[in-house]
Write a protein that binds this ligand. Sequence first.
Ligand SMILES: Cc1cc2nc3c(=O)[nH]c(=O)nc-3n(C[C@H](O)[C@H](O)[C@H](O)COP(=O)(O)OP(=O)(O)OC[C@H]3O[C@@H](n4cnc5c(N)ncnc54)[C@H](O)[C@@H]3O)c2cc1C
Ligand code: FES
Length: 336
Amino acid sequence: MAQITIDGSTPVTFHCDETDTIMRAALRSGIGFPYSCNVGACGNCRFQLLEGEVEHVQTSPRAWTERDEKRQRYLGCQARPKTDCRIKLRTDEQYEPGTRPLPAMARLLAKTALTHDMTEFALELDTPLSFLAGQYALLGTPAIDSPRAYSMCNVSGGDTQWNFQIKRVPGGAMTEQLFDHLQPGDTLTFDGPFGTAYLREDSDRDILCLAGGSGLSPMIAIARAAAEHPQLRQKRLDFVFGGRRPEDMCGEDLLGELPGFGTTLHYHPAISEDVPADEWVGLRGFVHDVASQLFGEELRDREIYFAGPPLMAQAVQKMLFDLKVPFDQVHFDEFY
Ligand SMILES: Cc1cc2nc3c(=O)[nH]c(=O)nc-3n(C[C@H](O)[C@H](O)[C@H](O)COP(=O)(O)OP(=O)(O)OC[C@H]3O[C@@H](n4cnc5c(N)ncnc54)[C@H](O)[C@@H]3O)c2cc1C
Ligand code: FES
């Protein structure tokens, strides 16, 4: 067990197992260590190593540059301690976890197809644990090099069942395991919950959820939790879901089960590919354009949650920036 000290006027110390990463160990100790993706791609967890030795879990994480290496900067979600360490970074209370993440074992209970390439996976953990709507967990199997992040779609009852809506990625290592190899009864490694794009229960604003493809799961969780919440269920919630083609569309039946569907809760499916008029009669365009056309400057008064592939996330951020939507009303974890 290594001792990690975060330098500062009041140094903070915590312990990190040699098999754990410094960022996850900090969160397990309740420390607000900044992060987003948890898979070495966004760079938000970067810290400076002042003393000691670390190694990254992945040999070349996407967000780690030559410049970082020269300056002794590492990624907290990837760095495992080889010795006691002293590090420099600015902690932030917005990252302090509501539920401290824990590693666990998960058993696959069921797979339910949603579309030709989206499936809901129900997992049962070996220990009860709660999470907030919009958060994610890390799932892995011995067949893949490092775990992948997946967002939960159910509302946590603090029990053992966690459900995930996952899109198959052609050539993807983990989705191939999930879709083609794992069967009910098989086990996966699990670590969670993580993520800061959770439902803000204290907000008084109407809500907008924007989901593109693989981003469906956390937005369904937000809509489900809002529909159960005594104050938020009286607010308007618009749910824009974007896919390429009509066969990618899903979510309407899941939202249709919720109270308020059609009155306070509105579903807006949109496709981005140019298909003939007799194949699609609904909205067309990318999610950010559709949201901007439907709501425009009204978005400044909304609490906004979004999830989806990196290009969609960039386009949504730009659209919200151009519309001058206050950044503290916008919630997302970066997908990769
Ligand atoms: C915070 C967060 C939450 C997420 N939530 C969800 C969710 O709820 N649902 C969901 O479906 N996804 C989610 N994701 C995405 C998910 O974590 C995975 O990235 C995704 O499922 C792909 O994983 P994979 O192992 O199947 O693909 P990978 O093996 O990681 O491959 C990804 C892509 O890279 C290509 N590739 C792989 N290896 C190589 C190589 N050597 N050279 C060139 N190209 C290569 C593959 O062909 C594929 O296109 C989330 C991601 C993050 C960060
Ligand atoms: S790179 Fe570590 S949280 Fe994204």
